[in-house]
Design a protein around this ligand. Structure first.
Ligand code: 13P
Ligand code: SF4
Length: 345
């Protein structure tokens, strides 16, 4: 049976040719990912944007990814999101005004605080971070960027993912008593400054609801039921889940881990279900890949093949609104991202 959206996308792609590049994050559904010219984890997609020649970039992913891509695109290029309401629940846990006020209260204490934001944050947060000498990290370069941030000042304010912050601090061997999860309520007035002053890693209390669903019980059950099973998870999972797993890393790391496992291996993967299902299909008959738990990101899944088809139609007709980054945020947010690209070149 022919699929009208599939056919429409194929036709438009061939009509637009080199004028169009479709990018997609690994969490996109197969029916969307099959149309992408470039796919990757957040770091790879940010890097690849800078190399894209096409005038029109359609980005299949959540809003913050489209914003980063728009910031890193060249003059004259336009970035479009098939679903502009696709947000990232974690990025919404750090409103820019709150980040600014918490940062100011911490900085007022006299130490040089370096803000480091996970790429899963709004462009407004990236602008705050850039303005105060900080940068951005992704799950693929968090270790490198946290080291970078420690070199720039006395303490680091890590926004918004407390799990990625803790898991990266573990890799760096930062003692637990040098870490502090901030109470960000009441515009930062609720912070325990005595505890914060003793810490060098100040963590925003955000996390990803999709990765927060993975727990130790699931890991124990998997190990009981499948002798010799390996467990690989994303570092947005809790510290205890990462400790009990065999490996943790970005979506591209997970893909590589599965690829490099020997034939016959059984692997449980703790990340968004679309990626796990794709890997399970890809290695069927060679390796057994299963989800630690079926956990879906609703926002990633709100980008559908139908929406991609209608977006492309409107892009071709010149009637689709590109992602617009407010002028006043552009320079600071771009500086924050460029510091990351430079530090990780
Ligand atoms: P990656 O950068 O590892 O692709 O992760 C992005 C993300 O949103 C994970 O939830
Ligand atoms: Fe955001 Fe979590 Fe979805 Fe990734 S999986 S886009 S961190 S809500």
């Amino acid at each position: 049976m022919t699929n009208p959206s599939f056919e429409k996308i194929t036709e438009i792609k061939s009509r637009m040719g080199k004028k169009l590049t479709i990018m997609g994050h690994h969490y996109q559904h197969d029916t969307v990912i099959r149309h992408t010219d470039l796919r990757g984890d957040s770091l790879e997609l940010a890097r690849k944007t800078a190399e894209v020649e096409a005038e029109h970039i359609v980005f299949c992913g959540v809003y913050f990814m489209g914003e980063s891509s728009a910031l890193l695109s060249r003059p004259g290029q336009k970035v479009y999101l098939p679903e502009p309401d696709a947000n990232c629940v974690m990025s919404q846990m750090a409103p820019a005004e709150r980040v600014e006020s918490v940062f100011s209260r911490l900085a007022e204490r006299g130490r040089r605080i370096v803000p480091l934001t996970y790429v899963n944050s709004s462009v407004a947060v990236k602008a705050v971070v850039g303005k105060h000498g900080g940068s951005v990290c992704t799950s693929a370069n968090a270790k490198k960027m946290l080291e970078w941030a420690f070199e720039q000042g006395d303490a680091v304010l890590f926004i918004p993912d407390k799990n990625l912050a803790s898991n990266t601090a573990d890799i760096l061997g930062l003692p637990e008593d040098r870490r502090h999860i901030l109470d960000i309520r009441k515009g930062g007035t609720a912070i325990d400054f005595e505890a914060a002053d003793k810490a060098t890693l100040l963590m925003w209390p955000g996390c990803c609801a999709i990765h927060a669903r993975f727990n130790l019980r699931q890991i124990s059950r998997m190990r009981e039921e499948h002798h010799g099973i390996r467990i690989v998870v994303h570092p947005e999972c809790s510290q205890e889940v990462v400790h009990m797993s065999d490996a943790a890393g970005s979506t591209s790391f997970i893909i590589k881990y599965v690829d490099e496992a020997p034939e016959g291996a059984t692997i449980a993967v703790g990340t968004e279900i679309n990626l796990v299902e794709r890997l399970a299909k890809q290695y069927a008959g060679k390796k057994t890949i299963m989800p630690l738990l079926e956990s879906a990101c609703t926002h990633m899944n709100s980008v559908t093949e139908e929406k991609l088809a209608s977006t492309l139609l409107a892009v071709e007709a010149g009637t689709y609104e590109p992602v617009m980054v407010p002028m006043e945020m552009q320079d600071n947010a771009r500086v924050a991202l460029e510091r990351m690209l430079k530090a990780c070149a």
